[in-house]
Write a protein that binds this ligand. Structure first.
Ligand code: SAM
Length: 209
């Protein structure tokens, strides 16, 4: 029988947002892979762990070795289906041995925090990538939900959106450290955000007039 790779979403960070299904798998895991923060939150000393670093090959090699011995649980932040290691795992292993446990994405929590439905929103990621410019163009009533990183942060993205035809007074809500005790959520204009202190690794919700 082939052992499975369980890709378990752990939600936006705070333990309160992980699903019971993911927690059960993580607790039962003999082989556990995850970022350093996830491992320090969830791993126990009986588990054999591998920290995910920029050297992704090390994690892949660990999974390749341990999958011969039993199930391997891989923890990813937010929802595995939304910009996570799942993409790479599907390239390195047969999707038939991958089981995904969904969770709450940072994007979902950001929209929930401002009580705004996201079914009509355009969801894009600037985390280590740049969306095609045509997807960023302004149109009336458009709502953007954006993941960010250090380079593409609240300031650089706000400038870019103004260049893409968004009114400089359009509303941008900056959602940082979602679910953590130091969570910070505030709304401002694109113009003010473009000139303000950059906030990185956050979610931006932009609403056109
Ligand atoms: C590689 S993506 C992972 C997205 C994840 N799979 C999800 O569904 O939330 C990382 C980006 O997600 C956003 N993010 C993740 N956790 C966050 C949090 N607690 N607060 C705000 N943004 C967060 C940031 O934009 C961060 O740079």
């Amino acid at each position: 029988m082939t052992n499975k790779i369980i890709v378990a979403g752990i939600g936006p960070g705070n333990k309160n947002f992980i699903t019971p299904a993911a927690l059960k798998k993580i607790r039962a895991a003999k082989f556990l892979v995850g970022g350093k923060r996830a491992l320090s939150t969830f791993a126990t000393e009986n588990q054999i762990t591998c920290a995910i670093t920029r050297e992704l090959d090390a994690a892949i090699d660990f999974i390749r070795e341990k999958i011969l011995l039993g199930e391997v649980v891989v923890m990813v932040s937010g929802d595995p289906g939304y910009y996570s290691l799942l993409d790479l795992l599907r390239k390195k292993f047969s999707p038939s041995i991958i089981e995904v446990i969904p969770s709450i994405s940072a994007i979902q929590l950001a929209f929930a925090k401002i009580a705004l439905p996201w079914h009509d929103a355009t969801l894009l990621s600037f985390h280590g990538r740049q969306p095609a410019r045509e997807l960023l163009q302004f149109s009336a009533g458009k709502i953007l939900g954006l993941l960010t990183d250090a380079e593409f942060n609240s300031a650089t993205i706000s400038k870019l959106l103004i260049d893409c035809g968004w009114d400089k007074n359009s509303s941008v809500t900056i959602c940082a450290r979602l679910s953590y005790p130091d969570e910070k959520i505030f709304s401002t204009t694109l113009d003010a955000a473009a000139q303000g202190e950059p906030v990185s690794h956050c979610v931006l919700i932009v609403q056109g007039a």
